[in-house]
Design a protein. Sequence first.
Length: 390
Amino acid sequence: MLINELLDIINGGENFYIEFKEEKVKPKDLGEEIVAFANSEGGTILIGVSDDGKVTGITDKRIEETIMNICRNNVIPNIIPNFEYVTIEDKKVVILGIQKGLSKPYSTVDNKYYIRVGTTKRIASREELLRLFEGNGSLHYDISPVPNTSIRDLNIDVIREYYFKYNSFDLYDEEKEQVERLLINADILKDLNGEKVCSVGGLLIFGKMPSNSLPQNGISFAHFNGNDISDELIDKKVIEGRIQEIAESTLTIIKNNILTPSTIKDLKRTEKEDYPLIVLREALVNTLVHRNYSIYGSKIRIFMFNDRIEFRSPGRLPNTVTTEKMKVGVSFARNPFLVKYMENMRFIDQLGRGIPMIIKNMMSISNIEPKLQELGEEFILTIYKSKSKF
């Protein structure tokens, strides 16, 4: 790193990605900072700089060895940081680069999980910790138990219809204990401290009113007369229920809000599709199935503008999936329970064809490639109309 670049960073002060530490920082404190960065988006720790941005320097010739031992012994699983020296006014500063962790969640040796929040670190909340485990693939939130629920929160008629159609047996022919055992084996019910409660996925697929226990469930739809959220609001709706019902209802709402242009030739009216039904359905179902349901208080948001539709899903991409990988069909089932049941009900397939299919169809119609992006704690899929229409 160049000296001028480093001085600019120091003058900018600490932030989400930058932390200052003096040479005599305790191994425990430095280990906590490293864990927080690894569990978040990564960052840089400048050692030899005080909290107020004064360059104090370092004198310990073995500091690299000391830091590497901290990363090996005080961080679980251990990590290998980027280590660099820079000399400013005859004072050495260590630039310690911490990459965004690929093996989240990371903890300290005393089993504390830290995350970076603003300019500081703090212990992860239960929900944040669940997201860290989920991001590593070691936990699937869709089969986690939902406290204060029971089999009474499930629509047994819907479950019976599913098993009769796809497993060829009638649930009503079974004894109560056998039904309960079957639902537990299917992860629709879970055992929580001796009580039988619903799983997240069980409620989302088979619940009577899933949003009562999972307020994050559902879609918030808004249609604007323009290309910005500050423009006139034409329509606004909140769609809740079981996710298969949400998919169908939202698809109808979007179709009703699309103004379909048409031309008349030889006394015949010809309508042109701006957004093919197969694209809308795929985008909707993918958003519902793959969103991060551990993020409370955040529904899926769909914004319709004159030039595009945005599908905004809570949660960043899971595991090692990137937007570029998605374009060629690489996928990761964040919610395998939901994927399995929605696949059985013919809403999706598991071949990873969703995004490539959407891109191919929209390119043939609008010649504008759909946009895939992560913005904060949202993943956004944007599909565009042809530029000739706006």
